[in-house]
Design a protein around this ligand. Structure first.
Ligand SMILES: CCC[C@H](NC(=O)CCC(=O)O)C(=O)O
Ligand SMILES: NC(=O)OP(=O)(O)O
Length: 314
């Protein structure tokens, strides 16, 4: 593994999943891998789970970690190559990334999309600059189109809780109060459409179709109730339109998951990456139900990051 930005970078996902389960069973058993190593974490956007689980993962592995909030803690960064820097930016991204690479052995970066410039976002322009200028391996902490550490944690959570060989996993769109990235659903599709023991279904209102690059081969069902029938796992998440880029096309509140929705499933367990807008995206009753795995799922973010760090640093 040279970088971790997508499902493709995971390589043999079965081996990576097995490694994650072994690390979860013995989280302090690999500290020789992280000894004398430093994990650098750069956030261009807010974070709770990714930030804290990444620091915890580094510590578990015997490594140290530093965290930088780009633009707040650092100088204001110039992103445009060839820019004449006579305005409000004091440091170019190429210098900042090359210098930060001097202070760590692996670099995690979070760069949310603009949700305005589809070509820039889906071309991963900012993240590719970071990959270009970094001189150490890079881990996506959520880029403009994907969130692989989250999806890997979701896979760990499903794998360790499933009660049967094959499971039906449903990704459902949920209402929200603002336009959110497509990263988490894109990534969930990137991973779960490839898992050979998963029957994967995506459900959303028309107009919220995701990039076919990620939904290839998945079944898309516009009738949410039909999609939920017989589900073993339900992942809810809001996203803005990919086709009408960055737009909120409608917020039908009947898409908010309630116990009535979950009653259509086969006793499904519930997943959400968090943060969640309670009683907008999902009702309290679903989030707080015995079948809700949201806290275990968040706990597995440490394991997904620790496993990736183990692969990159070993
Ligand atoms: C892990 C999820 C990060 C991010 N979530 C948000 O930006 C939620 C912010 C809000 O609810 O206003 C997203 O949807 O990609
Ligand atoms: N799920 C997740 O990545 O949460 P944060 O945005 O709080 O890191």
């Amino acid at each position: 593994m040279k970088k971790f930005t997508s499902f493709a970078d995971a390589g043999d996902y079965k081996a990576l999943l097995q490694q994650a389960l072994e690390i979860k069973a013995n989280p302090y058993g690999y500290q020789h891998i992280g000894r004398n190593k430093t994990v650098g974490l750069i956030f261009f956007n807010p974070s709770l789970r990714t930030r804290l689980s990444s620091v915890k993962a580094a510590y578990n592995l015997g490594a140290q970690a530093w965290v930088l909030n780009a633009g707040a803690d650092s100088w204001t960064l110039e992103m445009a190559d060839g820019a004449v820097m006579n305005g409000g930016t004091q440091e170019h991204i190429k210098d900042a990334i090359a210098v930060m690479s001097q202070y760590c052995d692996v670099l995690g970066v979070r760069t949310f999309p603009t949700l305005k410039d589809k070509a820039e976002d889906y071309g991963e322009v900012v993240f590719n600059k970071i990959l270009q200028y970094a001189t150490v391996p890079v881990i996506s902490l959520e880029s403009a189109t994907l969130h692989p550490l989250q999806s890997f944690a979701d896979l760990i959570t499903v794998a360790e809780t499933k009660q049967k060989e094959r499971v039906k996993v449903v990704l459902t769109w949920a209402p929200h109060v603002r336009a959110l990235p497509q990263c988490v659903p894109n990534s969930f599709c990137d991973w779960f459409s490839e898992i050979d023991w998963v029957d994967f279904v995506i459900t959303h209102p028309e107009g919220y179709e995701l990039d076919p690059k990620f939904t290839k081969g998945a079944r898309i069902e516009y009738d949410q109730k039909k999609a939920l029938e017989g589900a073993d796992y339900v992942q809810a998440k809001n996203w803005s339109s990919y086709l009408d880029y960055g737009q909120v096309l409608g917020n039908d509140p009947t898409w908010m998951l309630t116990p009535e929705h979950m009653a259509l499933t086969d006793g499904a367990k519930f997943l959400h990456c968090l943060p969640v807008r309670r009683n907008v995206e999902v009702s309290d009753a679903v989030l707080d139900a015995p079948g809700s795995l949201i806290i275990q799922e968040a706990g597995n973010r440490t394991i997904s990051m620790q496993t990736v760090l183990h692969e990159l640093l070993k």
